[in-house]
Every structure is written in C-alpha cells, then in structure tokens.
Design a protein around this ligand. Sequence first.
Ligand SMILES: [Zn+2]
Length: 333
Amino acid sequence: MVRAVAMYIGIDIGATNTRIALADQEGRIVKKIRFPSPHEGDEYTVARLLVEKIRENFRDWLEKVRAVGIGTIGPVDLRKGMVVNSPNLGIRTFYLVGPLKEDLGKPVYMLNDCVAAVWGEKMFGAARDTDNAVYITFSTGIGGGVIVDGALLLGKDGNAHEIGHIVVDYKYRIRCGCGGYGHWEGYASGANIPRFAQYIAEHEELSGEEKRSPLYRLALEGRLTSEIIYREAKRCDPFAERVVNEVIKINVAGVASVINVYDPEVVSIGGSVALNNPELVIEPIIREVPKNIVNRAPRILRTPLGEDAVIYGAIALAMNPPSTLLRFLQKDA
Ligand SMILES: [Zn+2]
C-alpha cells in the first residue's frame, strides 16, 4: 500500500455556499463537500460548523492533514484571523483561524478569497510560469488578487486589492454598496448590474427599439436580474444588449486600470457571471482592454480552475503559505 505522507484541507467560504476539499500532496482534490454558509449565529458559529463538517467528513484522513487553508469573503483582518463587517453574510464578523487551530491542532492560514485564488493560479493554474499575475472575479461582487515579482500582495490588513472599488465613473452616477460613488462593482457585479440597468432605463438616451423591449419596462420597475439580462442579450434583445455593452465599457475601464497599476503577465478571470457568460464578459475584455493600456499587454484568459479557483487557492495556501503572509503574521506575533 502506498502511504500518503501528507494531505491538505482547503476551505472556500462564500456568501451563499461554503466548500471544503481534501487534497493530496500534489494538490489533487480527493473529496469535496458543499453546504450553505450560515447566516445566523455568533462570532464562533462559522468556525464551529467548519470543525463539525471536517470531523464528520474527513475523519479517516485527519491524522495525515498537515495544514488547513481558508479563502473567505472579506473584508478580512489577517492579524486576528477573522472576517470583519462582511456585507454579504448574515453573520458579519466571525473568527476563523484561532478556533480552527485550537480544535484541529494543525496550522491554519486564511486569506481573502480572491487573494487565495491568485495563489491557486500560481500553484495550479494560469500563473504557474510567471511571477506577475492578477486574478479577477466577476460574481456577486468584483474582487481581485495580485502577485507582483513573486510576492502575494496583502496590504496592512490583508485587503490590498479591493479592485471592485476602483472609481470607473467620474460622473458618480451610481452609489456602491460600500457607500462610495462611481465604483466598478456598483455597476458591473452580478448583484448590481440590475441597478445599473434601471439607471440606464431612467437616465440614458435610448433608441425606440431599446424602449420597446419588455426588459426596458422591467428595468424601470426594478424587476430585472443579471441572469435575465445576460440571457436576453444572447437572444439579441436591444435593451439587454445596451446594458451589456455599457457593462463592458465599465469592465474594460476597470481591467485596464488594474493592468496599468500592477503590470501583470497574466490576467485570469473567474466568478460565476464571467464563467456563465464568457462571450459577453471575458471575450470583450480580451478584445478591448489592449487598446486602453500603457503597459505591454498581458495574457488575459478564463481561469483554467473554473469555479474551483478559490478552493484551489485555499489548498495552495495550506501547502505553501506565501512568504508575505508568514512575514505579516510573524511581525505581529
Ligand atoms: Zn465600493
């Protein structure tokens, strides 16, 4: 019998679902579970549930597990190993690293989900052969992770690249969920595209054709979803196409800014909105962004890790914690 010398656990905490995967020392996922993220409880509910699920589902392997990695919705406080004031989960503030470490008796590392994902790209995905990479997610929100010169960027609390809040509209037409105006995410994230559609219906000059679309009426009534908009755009509905084209302009401005700031070799794109609508989200970015950047154009592509980008990032984090994170944690120990 081949003796498995080391196993790793990766955890992806999302606004809707939490996933836990067990991987071998090559990073191959051996077993994966998924359950709804808890939305009620106290600061320890999430950690307690994670421990319970790990003990229940991975009992036989637990002895061989060397470390646990977590990619979580933010904002994070890496120093305290917790999520602080998250706008997308019912329990806004909760501890992760401390209680898991204590209960499982293993090293536990955590990062913001997109920051973990770019580390996953570096180890297993699109950024394997480069030291300069960006991961961007188009999902409920818009987020990113960045590696420059081989170093995973963290910032003072671990939120170094809240790229979704880059200002892309100096006219400040729409207010973002964070309270700021003109932020990329406020227009182009899955949760906010319907609000942008409503703004377009109310304030932009539209053609007769666009106004005759049934979606124009739904937009005015605030009854659209991103799914409906992308579905109807694929069927050539004029109003849906108009909204998607406006979103593309915003996305091009955002991605071009990210490239101009970080000078990556690779830009990997993930998240459900992008993965479900590559021809309307990823392809226009690939086509339009190179015209709007000063730096040598990077490779822009759909993440090869698909919807598992964060979970692979969490596994990569457990297997090979980035030196910037270890230094960050040491500094405050
Ligand atoms: Zn914002």
